[in-house]
Design a protein around this ligand. Structure first.
Ligand code: PLP
Length: 436
């Protein structure tokens, strides 16, 4: 049918990268066009290809999603199999694939309940609803406490919870509900007394809090949550009755060398948020619930949406989860992460006055470019990334630390040789950009 509607010329245009870029430019707002004009045609393992077969070693994982590698045969087969079964959508009617996925997630993580969604931001909104309903049922004010520098997505609630003021300035003031406090970053001073003091200063008593939500490393600042602070916050939440929510949408599914980054802290949250690497492909997210009592007060349908539980997306998720079941992928991420950290130390030592590793957690790292006097140097970061892309290494356009930080996030399946190649390309690009 569609085939008949397309003229020959349109089909020719469709295959042309310049047509793709121009059409997107014409029909989408400029704000969508953040990345280099590399038109993805297909992607496999650690490489992304354009339609002419040119390829790039991928250091983006499609923004930390293709953790198990691009285009996994197992995942593609599962998607095709579900489509062939003839069920592309089922709303909230029960399906076998949904039952298998929630059971698999529960077995893999130890969290007894699971609420499925599509995007990360949707899971964040769901968690906020669970936490606030739970708190309201106990007659609490239900304040949401989050951290400066946090990123939780781009919907209204997620941005109100976020700790990046410039991203929030379109949203209404809701400071009586959303309260942000300094992030307890490893290596920086923090105490529970200061945390309570920050809340007290804005009129929030411990019994007012519905939840404390944080990332295990901040995607925007590449600072890690201090493990001792995580333990202290866990105890505080247990004592005060607030829920501890870990947003592992970015840090989950092996990225930091553990299945979930909170495993490095030894404590568990009450709600755990996953997306991205959960399916590694189609849009699926989840709120994992540690105790069924947290969802008891919710009315029927309050956590559902049209596409939560989509059978095709869940078939992809089931196949992707199976890739994590024996722990080998996570172990490989840990090993490759050590190689990445060592490589970046070598990279920094070539120009210690102009380069800095901001943070490195397994297979994700943030590195910053500076001028000799220590000021951040966004133009250098941009030059390096442009040079990398021109030489076959795909790196996202720098957007954090004022555009001076480059984020390195290869698929966890990247081989030792591929990572060595990537580091060599990146070092050469950096040396070229900082020759003066
Ligand atoms: C920590 C964190 N939370 C939430 C989100 C939002 O996820 P999504 O873009 O799928 O809505 C992101 C996305 O980058 C994230 O990194």
């Amino acid at each position: 049918m569609t085939e008949n509607l397309l003229t020959r010329t349109e089909r020719a245009e469709d295959a042309d990268d310049a047509w793709v870029l121009e059409t997107l430019r014409r029909h989408e707002p400029a704000t969508m066009h953040t990345q280099h004009p590399v038109v993805w045609h297909h992607a496999r393992g650690s490489r992304v290809f354009d339609r002419r077969g040119r390829s790039w070693l991928d250091w983006t994982s499609g923004i930390l999603t293709a953790n198990a590698g691009h285009g996994r045969e197992e995942v593609a087969e599962a998607i095709a199999g579900q489509a062939r079964q003839g069920l592309l959508h089922a709303y909230m009617f029960p399906t076998a694939v949904r039952a298998r996925v929630v059971r698999a997630l529960s077995e893999l993580t130890g969290f007894p309940q699971c609420v499925l969604y599509t995007t990360g931001a949707e899971a964040v909104e769901g968690a906020l609803k669970i936490a606030r309903r739970h708190a309201r049922a106990k007659g609490r004010r239900a304040v949401i406490v989050t951290f400066d520098g946090a990123f939780h997505g781009r919907t209204l609630g997620a941005q109100l919870a976020g700790g990046l003021p410039a991203q929030r300035d379109w949203a209404p003031e809701c400071d009586d509900v959303f309260v942000r406090v300094p992030f307890p970053a490893a290596g920086e001073p923090w105490s529970l007394a200061e945390f309570e003091g920050e809340l007290h200063a804005v009129g929030v008593r411990p019994g007012d809090v519905a939840c404390v939500m944080g990332e295990l490393y901040q995607g925007s600042t590449l600072r890690g949550l201090d493990p001792a602070a995580a333990v202290a916050l866990r105890e505080w939440c247990t004592r005060t009755g607030a829920l501890l929510v870990f947003d592992e949408i970015q840090s989950g599914f092996g990225r930091t060398g553990a299945l979930f980054a909170h495993e490095h802290t030894g404590i568990r949250p009450d709600l755990l948020l996953c997306a991205k690497g959960l399916s590694g492909s189609l849009p699926v997210s989840a709120v994992l619930v540690a105790d069924p009592r947290f969802t008891e007060g919710l009315r029927p349908g309050e956590l559902t949406s049209t596409h939560s539980g989509n059978p095709v997306s869940l078939a992809a998720t089931e196949a992707n989860l199976a890739l994590f079941a024996d722990g080998r992928l996570v172990a490989q991420a840990a090993e490759r992460g050590r190689q990445l950290a060592a490589g970046l130390d070598g990279w920094a030592s070539r120009r210690p006055d102009r380069r800095r590793v901001v943070g490195a957690f397994g297979m994700v790292a943030g590195i910053a470019f500076t001028t000799p006097d220590g000021a951040l140097d966004p133009p250098a970061a941009r030059r390096v990334v442009t040079e990398c892309v021109g030489n076959g290494l795909l790196v996202c356009v720098p957007s954090t630390l004022g555009g001076a930080m480059v984020k390195i996030m290869p698929p966890l399946t990247t081989t030792e040789a591929e990572l060595a190649d990537g580091l060599a390309l990146f070092t050469a690009a950096s040396d070229a950009a900082q020759r003066d």
